[in-house]
Design a protein around this ligand. Structure first.
Ligand code: HEM
Length: 113
């Protein structure tokens, strides 16, 4: 496991006030259709796809590297990059920032595959 990824998770755990994250909740969050964001991006899977071990696709059709750590070990190893994309994508999909609990659960899911 990457020490930086672990430090990012520890930071979210502290912020959320939880001892452990749930890969199961992370999966449900990743796959859900959310309200509140842009109508053309209702879900994380709109761009990242249903199987995080496979590449995704931007709205413009550009490939996105897989989100699963097993398929793409660089995932969640640069906290500024992680925060930049959570901010942007949570705003598009949810119309609000993701909570620390949502971020931690998501990384737990994408690290579990
Ligand atoms: C990257 C989360 C939805 C397009 C990322 C990253 C995170 C993330 C954490 C950076 C990962 C890393 O550290 O490498 C999410 C979540 C979503 C969501 C939680 C749903 C709430 C979307 C949607 C789109 C999108 C709908 C397209 C409109 C991208 C792109 C990147 C990215 C283009 C950067 C390229 C890359 O890292 O390969 N996303 N995302 N995401 N996401 Fe999403």
């Amino acid at each position: 496991a990457s020490p930086v990824r672990q430090a990012i998770l520890d930071g979210y755990a502290k912020e959320a006030g939880v001892a452990a994250f749930s890969a199961e909740r992370g999966k449900a969050f990743f796959e859900a259709s959310h309200a509140g964001g842009k109508p053309e991006t209702p879900s994380c899977t709109t761009c990242h796809g249903m199987d995080p071990r496979m590449p995704g696709r931007t709205r413009a059709g550009k490939a996105i590297e897989p989100m699963a750590v097993s398929a793409n070990p660089k995932r969640f190893t640069d906290s500024a990059f992680v925060e930049k994309w959570f901010k942007r994508n949570c705003d598009s999909v949810l119309g609000r920032p993701c909570s620390a609990a949502e971020k931690g659960d998501l990384i737990a899911y994408l690290s579990s595959l």
